[in-house]
Design a protein around this ligand. Sequence first.
Ligand code: ADP
Length: 218
Amino acid sequence: MKKQFAVIGLGRFGGSICRTLSEEGAEVLAIDMDEDRVNEFTPIATHAVIADSTDESVLKSLGLRNFDHVIVAIGDNLQASILTTLMLKELGVKKVTAKAQNDYHEKVLNKIGADRVAHPERDMGVRVAHNITSSSVLDYLELSHEHSIVEVIAGRKMDGKTLIELDVRANYGVNIVAIKVGGKINVSPRADQTVHSGDILIVIGSDSDIDRFKKQLL
Ligand code: ADP
């Protein structure tokens, strides 16, 4: 059976989640208290309804407890976001992802049982900063406070060397998990694959090891 998603709040964040899930063929119930927003998503989502998610009877009548994953993407109204998240977890929704506006909001959402808290502005800021400070870093994904995945451009020092010659695992403690060459991605590069300057490497490791790798090899 197809997974069922509900998105509450159809602003920029919730709207783009709703659009992407729908494009991927998922069943999506789109909810907003604003009629114009709901009208905009009527042709996109499986169902779109005007509703106030802080009203518990509304959550019950929409049958949200039976959904696999509910995304609370309410923007500025922290009280509505917190109350909605709390009630969804009390109803027994298996997975609730909530958008946090700031660190305090994130703390509260975690305390009341949100399964995942998204902090899009902060996370995007970190990614853009990594991209600005190091011209070889194309993208950055934080896995934990100490571990990341980075997408970097191979430099001259790596040019013409095979993965076994570079031996980045032994030398830097990082792993090259994929290599992109000319738009094609190889997700399980062999040890004898040669790296050329300009290739894009996807590297996983601790932040300090990645830093050493970047300084010495890129
Ligand atoms: P973003 O920063 O992602 O653009 P917005 O603040 O613009 O977020 O959008 C949040 C959406 O959430 C708005 O469309 C608003 O109408 C909706 N919303 C706010 N409170 C509720 C609520 N209690 N029930 C349903 N929708 C709500």
